[in-house]
Design a protein around this ligand. Structure first.
Ligand code: NAD
Length: 478
């Protein structure tokens, strides 16, 4: 080639999931001179990334992918080829909680990470930067380094920790405007060079002062610490919500009042039926395990409590529904609004809706479920799967006597509520705030109950219509 161009930097990301897909799409969009290939062993996932129907729902994601797919953003199942050609390899594979063996129920299962690291070592023919994008236990980089250096033939690998702080539902916004980008690396000259190379990628759109660099262990631990603190805030306000109900205080007023304190701040202080999602519980359990392994039993117990309060909150909600409806929901129809673990996502991993629905089905209720983004198949799958019991990891919790024929999934909130004795709201989708509740009331059995697990409805207005309303942390009907 006569016109010799500067070599294009190549990035490969292993894992085309909720993190790998959106983060790489944004890097590709913001860095037109970098070629980004996202690889995955899942053929359906890659097929979906290459189609008009992306495998995950995130506001704004379609537009970002459309702008760069086929130009400098590619999705492929040819994992080894693209890994071997890359300069920087992000690893964004799943790191779920172990379900068997040592540490079962708490420790992170690093099987996917280990096999990715072995494959990188096997196929690499040139020096590479390997970036931990997945959330991993502190000190994972040390184990990864051992795998990579042991297998390499004089090839140098630099490991960086670059945990992802995006939140599902706002992933694209978060990636465009991160509070911070964290890069941890070795304090050696090569480690620092690798940090600078990754920093250069982010510097294409992230202001310099928002790119933090630390040592490897601080970066790895910061991700676990961030998730633990966020989940702790939810459990703290949820614990207060129980006290509010017992005393006549209103949790929204309490949140507002305490959130005005600049040391506390207003975010993440909404009482709800509990937190969900694939990360909070898993990462806290992981933290608990690391504490126990380091002989810090009291610290482990402290963090365990965050999950216990979360479980308590879900049980409390189910008990409230049953006790309010004259101590039984057997044979009664309950409309369920929302199934995803939060609004603006179709993700149902660890959603509180699973536990609440199972609790109601255990009392023989009939459920009619509506969620704008979750499919019928997904709901059926979630409700029939055994739940892993982290507190007693040797056993799966026995399947409660759930009759899936008692569940119907409908595509409209009004249909879900039609002829129902009660309506419960389990995801804070905006559309649930603006439903025609008079129409809903007219078509429900009487007395008509609303159980708001996310505090989205206007309690006064609904009571005016005639509903009996239970909203988490709020005074009950006079
Ligand atoms: P995910 O399950 O959606 O995606 C992981 C993908 O990795 C899957 O598609 C899987 O097929 C693929 N994979 C597994 N092993 C592979 C291999 N050897 N080669 C190629 N592909 C492989 O998971 P996710 O939600 O994207 O999370 C990924 C990591 O990021 C986890 O560690 C998670 O804790 C962390 N994280 C998640 C979020 C979130 O909001 N989901 C936010 C921050 C961090």
């Amino acid at each position: 080639n006569i016109c010799r161009r500067k070599k294009m930097v190549k990035i490969c990301c292993i894992g085309a999931g909720y993190v790998g897909g959106p983060t790489m799409a944004v890097i590709a969009l913001k860095c037109p001179s970098i070629e980004v290939v996202v690889v995955d062993i899942s053929v359906p996932r890659i097929t979906a990334w290459n189609s008009e129907q992306l495998p995950i729902y995130e506001p704004g994601l379609d537009e970002v992918v459309e702008q760069c797919r086929g130009k400098n953003l590619f999705f492929s199942t040819n994992v080894e080829k693209h890994v071997s050609e890359a300069d920087i390899i992000f690893v964004s594979v799943n790191t779920p909680t172990k379900t068997l063996g040592l540490g079962a129920g708490k420790a992170a299962d690093l099987t996917y990470w280990e096999s990715a690291a072995r494959m990188i070592a096997d196929v690499s023919k040139s020096d590479k930067i390997v970036v931990e994008k997945s959330t991993v236990p502190v000190k994972t980089a040390e184990a990864i380094e051992r795998i990579l250096t042991h297998n390499s033939k004089g090839i140098k690998f630099q490991i960086l920790s670059n945990p992802e702080f995006l939140a599902e539902g706002t992933a694209v916004w978060d990636l465009f405007n991160p509070d911070r980008v964290l890069i941890g690396g070795r304090e050696t000259p090569d480690g620092q060079k690798a940090i600078q190379a990754l920093k250069k990628v982010y510097a294409n759109w992230v202001p310099e002062e928002r790119i933090l660099t630390t040592n490897l262990w601080s970066a790895e631990l910061s991700k676990l610490a961030a998730n633990a603190l966020l989940a702790q805030r939810i459990s703290s306000i949820n614990a207060m919500s129980a006290l509010c109900e017992a005393t006549g205080a209103d949790v929204s007023q309490v949140s507002h009042a305490v959130g005005k304190d600049s040391r506390i701040g207003p975010k993440f202080l909404n009482a709800s039926v509990g937190f969900g999602g694939s990360c909070f519980q898993k990462d806290i359990l992981n933290l608990v395990y690391i504490c126990e392994c380091n002989g810090l039993a009291e610290v482990a117990d402290y963090w365990k409590q965050v999950i216990k309060v979360n479980d308590y909150q879900k049980n409390r909600f189910v008990n409230r529904i049953v006790s309010s409806m004259f101590n039984t929901v057997s044979g009664k129809k309950i409309g369920v609004l929302g199934f995803a673990f939060k609004k603006d996502t179709g993700d149902t991993r660890e959603t509180p809706a699973i536990d609440v629905c199972k609790g109601l089905l255990g009392d023989m209720a009939r459920l009619s479920i509506y969620d704008p983004q979750v499919t019928d198949d997904q709901i059926q799958k979630d409700l029939t799967m055994n739940k892993f019991d982290w507190d007693h990891p040797v056993h799966l919790q026995p399947m409660s006597p759930i009759d899936i024929k008692q569940v119907s999934v409908v595509w409209d909130a009004y249909e879900a509520a039609k002829d129902a004795h009660g309506l419960c709201i389990l995801t804070e989708w905006d559309e649930f705030k603006i439903l025609d509740y008079q129409r809903i009331f007219d078509n429900m059995q009487k007395p008509a109950f609303v159980f708001d697990g996310c505090n989205v409805v206007n309690v006064g207005e609904l009571r005016e219509i005639g509903f009996i309303v239970y909203s988490i942390g709020k005074p009950m009907d006079p």
